[in-house]
Design a protein around this ligand. Structure first.
Ligand code: PHB
Length: 371
């Protein structure tokens, strides 16, 4: 049997990856409290998965305002930077590479998660048909409908862009190899991109050029903050409806965005399939082909991929790298399993969010299963 195309090395921006297997960003809600601080347990989890060509961290809030779920980590306090250093050190000691995912949830939040109980912020004051995960003052936690957001004023947007740049500098300070801008899955930047959630009448809403403006400003600010566009990636989810977003013409929106990104020299564009949470999205595969043709750089595809479909995507030229989410949660040694064509562990859905070691650092490797 021939070797999987997933296992061949690839140059990606300023990095050489030993394989094309990417660990997808995965919310696990396991930072140390109070303060949403990464700690030794998180370092152990990521180090177990350092076999990936690249690890993309879980989504990390760039500011207190950017948080939408209890116990997700941030990159805006000194303690958090210090905590992330433990993670990057552990991954580098295990010969891995790790990017931090820069996250602002926008309207996918709730006053209980916001500084001073404020309303979440969004392009427009339109409530999402979605849920977030809140923590009550008494410490109890539960799912809740997202709160009614307030529309960001035009003069506030430079502050949002600056928060992305600051978080990027913090990530580099914590020794990350680069950053991924989260512009997918119905969070703040995707809310600006999608016509349904962006009803603004200023230079950041309405026309295609206007809806894409904030994302490009963030991309340029983040490149500037790293001083190396080859250490910056971006994640998008064309046609996605997760978290209640909807765009009238995803083909037009995302073709325009990728044409604009061509001149930026990014490490990669990371496309999340819209059906990653189920559902049928007719026309997505043809849209992906179009995006692939018009984008000049490296592309990652993610969402329900298997060793077979991932290898095929690379062979067909549809992607350069393939990201695995749920399989990487359950299989710390995923690359080794692909190499040896060994069966994958099943995931336990009840331990995905919150808690400690169980369902986090205790999934067995092949060697551990064999003994
Ligand atoms: C989640 O926390 O459920 C989540 C976070 C980021 C995503 C998607 C889902 O991109």
């Amino acid at each position: 049997m021939s070797r999987s195309p997933l296992l061949t090395p690839v140059r990606m921006g300023s990095l050489d990856l030993p394989n094309r297997v990417i660990m997808a960003p995965l919310t696990r809600q396991r930072s140390k409290q109070p303060g949403n601080v990464p700690y030794e347990l998180n370092a152990a989890y990521y180090a177990q998965r350092a076999n990936a060509g690249l690890i993309i961290s879980e989504a990390v809030q760039i500011s207190a305002e950017g948080q939408g779920y209890a116990w997700t980590p941030g990159i805006h306090s000194a303690e958090q930077i210090e905590g992330w250093r433990k993670v990057t050190q552990a991954v580098h000691d295990a010969d891995g590479r790790i990017f931090l995912q820069l996250w602002h949830v926008g309207r996918i939040s709730h006053p209980l998660l916001q500084p001073d109980g404020a309303a979440p912020v969004a392009p427009s004051a339109i409530q999402a048909k979605a849920e977030c995960y809140v923590q009550e003052p008494d410490g109890s936690s539960h799912k809740a409908p997202t709160g009614m957001p307030r529309a960001l004023k035009t003069e506030e947007l430079p502050r949002i862009v600056a928060d992305y740049a600051k978080a990027t500098r913090n990530a580099l300070d914590a020794d990350f190899d680069g950053v991924e801008i989260h512009a997918a899955n119905g969070y703040l930047l995707d809310q600006f991109l999608c016509s349904d959630s962006n009803q603004r009448t200023d230079a950041y809403g309405g026309s295609l050029e206007n809806r894409v403006r904030l994302v490009l400003e963030v991309v340029d600010a983040v490149i500037d903050a790293t001083g190396d566009s080859g250490r910056v990636g971006i994640r998008i989810s064309p046609m996605g409806t997760f978290n209640g977003v909807d765009d009238a013409d995803p083909r037009e929106t995302f073709s325009h965005l990728l044409r604009e990104l061509n001149s930026r020299g990014l490490a990669y564009v990371h496309v999340n399939r819209p059906d990653w949470v189920g559902g049928v999205y007719e026309g997505f595969d043809s849209l992906l082909e179009t995006l692939r043709e018009l984008y000049d750089g490296r592309m990652i595809i993610a969402g329900g991929m298997t060793a077979e479909s991932g290898g095929q995507a690379i062979e067909d030229g549809l992607a350069d790298m393939v990201a695995f989410g749920r399989p990487y949660i359950a299989n710390p040694d995923l690359v080794q399993r692909i190499k040896t064509r060994t069966e994958w562990n099943e995931i336990n859905p009840s331990t995905l969010y919150g808690g400690a070691e169980e369902g986090y650092t205790d999934y067995p490797t092949m060697d551990q299963s064999a003994t």
